[in-house]
Ligand binder design. Structure first.
Ligand SMILES: C[C@@]1(CC(=O)O)C2=NC(=C\c3[nH]c(c(CCC(=O)O)c3CC(=O)O)Cc3[nH]c(c(CC(=O)O)c3CCC(=O)O)/C=C3\N/C(=C\2)[C@@H](CCC(=O)O)[C@]3(C)CC(=O)O)/[C@H]1CCC(=O)O
Ligand SMILES: NC(=O)c1ccc[n+]([C@@H]2O[C@H](COP(=O)([O-])OP(=O)(O)OC[C@H]3O[C@@H](n4cnc5c(N)ncnc54)[C@H](O)[C@@H]3O)[C@@H](O)[C@H]2O)c1
Length: 191
């Protein structure tokens, strides 16, 4: 059984640190920024790969610190993602994060993670997060691609229609739920 609990974070209100500036750091930072372009994000690394620098150019709020990680970098953070090539450093950072009740993800190291990144399907306002409980990120990627393909773009119109209706509904909470269930009961998605 997958016992992970998914939540949807407002990353523009949280302060996230990515330790590392190479391929894996780019993968994790781009996963965050693809979903939350306004994410408040800092990367610290003595070396930033060209690809990372090019990608991050489009996100002026992202702060780059070109030096080795220091424990003071953890001050004021809400989330930390370790993505360097130094495992001992990751173990040390994870330890201090635990002491400070800071949520920490160590890329590709499930044992050290408080949370995993998921595979994310996005269609307008609809977002679906997929987890395989760490069993197979590749399968998660395949399922994402499948869902992206079968969920129609028109889902956004449906969502906007429902939003408009729910704003106009009068009556008590139970009556609203009944009306909304009635409205959506025959909804079938076809491509
Ligand atoms: C979803 C996604 C999010 C993201 O990172 O953005 C993500 N990994 C992605 C891709 C991917 N990662 C890897 C491959 C190579 C093929 C393969 O191994 O399958 C591919 C596929 C590819 O790149 O094509 C390597 C890998 N990953 C982990 C390990 C360690 C281990 O399993 O022990 C190793 C071996 C490293 C090594 O060999 O040394 C571990 C984790 N990777 C997770 C997330 C978490 C579990 C998510 C879940 O429950 O499914 C978890 C536990 C922790 C974390 O990192 O958060 C993103 C897909 C985005 C998308 O396209 O939709
Ligand atoms: N590239 C991949 O897709 C991949 C896949 C599986 C596993 N890995 C493993 O993941 C690790 C990272 O891979 P990568 O390709 O991102 O490497 P990389 O060389 O591109 O990046 C490593 C980053 O870590 C930074 N770093 C090193 N010491 C640091 C410190 N003290 N403080 C802050 N940053 C520091 C470096 O400056 C660099 O930016 C490696 O151990 C690699 O074997 C990589």
């Amino acid at each position: 059984m997958n016992e992970l609990f998914p939540i949807f974070l407002k990353l523009d209100r949280l302060n996230t640190l990515v330790v590392g500036g190479g391929n894996v750091a780019l993968e994790k930072a781009s996963a965050l920024l693809r979903n939350s372009p306004g994410a408040s994000l800092t990367l610290v690394a003595p070396m930033f790969r060209e690809d990372t620098l090019v990608y991050l150019k489009d996100f002026p709020q992202v702060i780059l610190c070109e030096r080795g990680f220091e424990f003071s970098d953890l001050e004021g953070r809400d989330l930390v993602i370790c993505a360097t090539d130094n495992r001992e450093l990751h173990v040390g950072i994870k330890e201090v994060c635990a002491e400070r009740h800071l949520l920490c993800n160590v890329a590709d190291t499930p044992d050290l993670c408080d949370f995993y990144l998921g595979s994310i399907v996005q269609k307008g306002d609809l977002k679906i997060a997929i987890s395989t409980n760490g069993k197979s990120p590749t399968l998660a990627k395949r399922i994402r691609a499948f869902l992206e393909d079968v969920i129609p773009e028109e889902i956004q119109e449906g969502l906007e229609g429902m939003e408009a209706v729910r704003k106009t509904l009068k009556g008590d909470f139970q009556a609203k739920i009944k009306a909304l269930n009635e409205l959506t009961k025959d909804l079938v998605f076809r491509k």
